[in-house]
Design a protein around this ligand. Structure first.
Ligand code: NAD
Ligand code: MG
Length: 400
């Protein structure tokens, strides 16, 4: 029996993870579930899975949940605050930590799992993006096992040669090819991009996901963050990581070898497949996803990304080459820009402009600790908000 902590259990990845876990009651038990503020959903998850701990950020909300669970005869202990997230990520009894909080908010808890030597199923790419060196050295020092469940990185993990010493080149790898759907605006007339609404941006053609990653997919900052994620996960230089647009989201990513072979992982776009792969690893377990019917899919197409349409992708490559503080600033400015766009305070096309401005204004600095990351993150957020205000942004940009 393997015991799980699911950080961010009420989100899209959290719900998909619980769906897979519920199919394997002989293999997995849930030890801890966490959420920011979705009390009703967390209550229902506690009733179904009876974890030993549940965590909510807010103390009063946690008290309310505790009373409801007691009244229902559920023995879950409800904790509150960010320290509790770090605690449940490091419990001695926890074997597997699913890191599925969105944004840099997940950094400390995910790092706590890395420092405690857990098997980590990583969805929270922002923690690896902002603290890659710290994170990877914590994994190495503790002997933690890091398994990506971001679909592209899971596909690359499955397509690489079995783990062994040596660089990617030593292992015969020439390129890593990350596929990207191109999101909802891949073919929209450029002149219309300035007026797209949050509703249009979160309506992803192939995947159902949380709102932040859905907007990131529309701007392709998601792919930019994934380039940085791949850099850390697979020790890959930016030059060997390429992005190719593949609108059907069936080929989840590919690895090209020096002999011309290209190995890919395919499947329907359903996050339960990479989650089940990582949960069961090295065994294979059922996920509940539909099996791929290639004749029904018919065509698989590919094209190069248009960097004029998707400037965020270039910004991410530039930040990766510039270094750690640029990457932290990129992520912070993006989190602010996406939230402001979702609140209709900036236009879609202002997202890359805001990020560019904040990253350009961030001095290069060494990042040696979580505190360094958090300091640069806070400064970049302040800059991003100031930039919004300075440009007279703050009005509602879309009706309805
Ligand atoms: P989501 O918005 O659906 O869920 C986020 C979860 O994090 C929720 O449980 C929420 O309560 C919790 N959370 C949010 N803010 C928090 C805070 N400040 N403190 C503590 N908890 C907080 O997001 P999602 O789509 O499930 O994505 C989660 C992560 O997985 C993101 O990093 C995303 O990039 C990554 N990811 C998601 C998908 C997908 O298909 N949804 C695919 C690949 C990677
Ligand atoms: Mg992905």
């Amino acid at each position: 029996m393997k015991y799980l902590t699911i950080l961010g259990s009420t989100g899209s990845i959290g719900a998909s993870t619980l769906d897979v876990v519920a199919r394997h009651p002989q293999r997995f038990r849930v030890l801890a579930l966490t959420a920011r503020s979705q009390v009703d959903l967390l209550y229902r998850q506690c009733c179904s899975f009876e974890p030993r701990y549940a965590v909510l950020l807010d103390e009063a909300a946690a008290g309310g949940l505790q009373s409801r669970l007691r009244a229902a005869g559920i023995g879950t202990e409800v904790l509150s605050g960010t320290a509790a997230l770090e605690k449940v990520a490091a419990l001695a009894e926890t074997d597997i930590v699913v890191a599925a909080i969105v944004g840099i908010a997940g950094l400390r808890a995910t790092l706590s799992a890395a420092r405690s030597g857990k098997k980590i199923l990583l969805a929270n790419k922002e923690s690896l993006v902002t603290a890659g060196a710290l994170f990877m050295s914590a994994v190495q020092a503790s002997g933690a096992e890091l398994l990506p469940i971001d679909s592209e990185h899971n596909a690359i993990f499955q397509s690489l040669p079995p783990a062994g010493g040596g660089s990617l080149a030593d292992r015969g790898v020439r390129r890593i090819l990350l596929t990207a759907s191109g999101g909802p605006f891949r073919t929209l007339a450029p002149a219309r991009l300035a007026a797209v609404t949050p509703e249009e941006a979160v309506a992803h053609p192939n995947w159902v996901m949380g709102r932040k990653i859905s907007v990131d997919s529309a701007t392709m900052m998601n792919k930019g963050l994934e380039v940085i994620e791949a850099h850390w996960l697979f020790s890959a230089a930016p030059e060997v990581i390429e992005v190719v647009i593949h609108p059907q989201s069936v080929v989840h990513s590919l690895v090209e070898y020096c002999d011309g072979s290209v190995i890919a992982q395919l499947g329907n776009p359903d996050m339960r497949t990479p989650i089940a792969h990582a949960l069961g690893h090295p065994q294979r377990i059922a996920s509940g996803a539909d099996f791929l019917d290639l004749a029904r899919v018919g065509n698989l197409s590919f094209e190069a990304p248009d960097l004029a349409r998707f400037p965020c992708l270039r910004l991410a490559y530039d930040a990766l080459r510039a270094g750690d503080s640029a990457v932290v600033a990129l992520n912070a400015a993006n989190e602010v820009a996406v939230a402001e766009f979702l609140e209709r305070r900036i236009a879609y096309t202002e997202i890359p402009a805001l990020i560019d401005k904040v990253v350009a204004g961030t001095p290069a600095r060494a990042v040696n600790s979580v505190e360094d990351v958090e300091r640069i993150d806070a400064e970049a957020r302040a800059e991003a908000f100031a930039a919004c205000a300075g440009r007279g942004i703050g009005r509602s940009v879309h009706a309805g």
